[in-house]
Design a binder for this molecule. Structure first.
Ligand code: FES
Length: 302
């Protein structure tokens, strides 16, 4: 579906007219639009992306002042959005340009947004609940939940424990993750069904927190801290030693399902850097020489 929009002010051939079209809604385009609009010129600000802001919106700090990029951009974004003489046209491509300097006619191809732009507040809920990408509500008759009896029993107990708690979903998933070591797909569907909640909401929580895993994990989860203090004290070397000793890379699990290797940022024991955790056990001042023995002690305990 396309909606062609034509901007033309060529009432009188070759007459210079006062409307301007700016291609690109980055920081430069926004500033140019504001400058022109405050001189009394009507401005069309066109961008082929869903929103204006450009690359600068992706930056943290800017050179040479180290200013926060968003702090520079946000006031301009607001001003552009509110200025009566600036019309922002997003998701649009230029199809043709005709005319001469001072009097151009442009044909834009505006791609559909599939939402009511007047009503949209940018909350993002439609993305999270998209019926095309997500199964919204699990219906046991339609979406057969192939959960094992063992897992169903575990989940029934957990759900019964937290069902009356406000915001029960997070503790339910936490407990299930602790007991099962990960959150299998049938467990997520079963939880959504039992809590009468959209599956997309359950999946959003399950994928948001790093402590939840959707993949089976090892019996012992090794979390190496790569925070600043640990990094400068050699956490990278400890991680490499663990990788070569276990034969896996970070984020992976050994074939015997004994160890999963993860990296984290600062676990609050910077004085003991470099630090790693195996399950709930914290090990400080770790060196790469200590790795084989450390692993051996957990293998023995398995
Ligand atoms: S940086 Fe590693 S514990 Fe703080």
């Amino acid at each position: 579906m396309s909606n062609n929009k034509q901007i033309s002010n060529n009432k009188i051939e070759n007459e210079k007219i006062g409307a301007t079209l700016i291609v690109g809604g980055g920081i430069g385009g926004m500033q140019a639009a504001l400058d022109l609009a405050s001189s009394g010129i009507k401005v069309y600000l066109v961008d082929n992306k869903p929103s204006i802001g450009g690359v600068m919106a992706q930056l943290d700090k800017t050179f040479p002042t180290n200013d926060c990029a968003m702090c520079t951009m946000a006031p301009r974004l607001v001003e552009v959005g509110r200025h009566k003489d600036i019309e922002v046209i997003t998701l649009a491509d230029i199809e043709s340009i005709k005319g001469t300097a001072g009097n151009f006619t442009l044909k834009l191809n505006k791609r559909p947004r599939f939402i009511d732009e007047e009503k949209c507040t940018g909350c993002g809920l439609c993305v999270a609940n998209c019926p095309v990408r997500n199964i919204i509500y699990v219906t046991p008759e339609k979406d057969k939940i192939e959960i094992s009896d063992k897992h169903a029993k575990i989940m029934n107990n957990i759900i019964a424990e937290y069902i009356d708690t406000e915001g029960a979903l997070v503790p339910i998933l936490q407990k299930a993750n602790d007991i099962l070591n990960y959150l299998p797909e049938p467990v997520l569907k079963y939880t959504a069904d039992k809590l009468n909640m959209p599956l997309s909401v359950v999946c959003r929580i399950a994928t948001f927190y790093k402590s939840f895993s959707l993949e089976p994990r090892g019996k012992h989860i090794i979390s190496v801290c790569l925070g600043t203090a640990c990094h400068v004290k050699g956490a990278g070397r400890v991680t490499s030693a663990l990788e070569s000793e276990l034969g896996i890379r970070r984020g992976e699990t050994t074939k015997d399902m004994n160890f999963t290797l993860e990296t984290v940022r600062c676990i609050g024991c910077c004085g003991l850097a470099p630090v790693l955790k195996v399950g709930e056990d914290v090990h400080g001042l770790v060196s790469k020489m200590m790795v084989p023995e450390l692993l051996h002690s957990y293998e023995k305990a398995s």
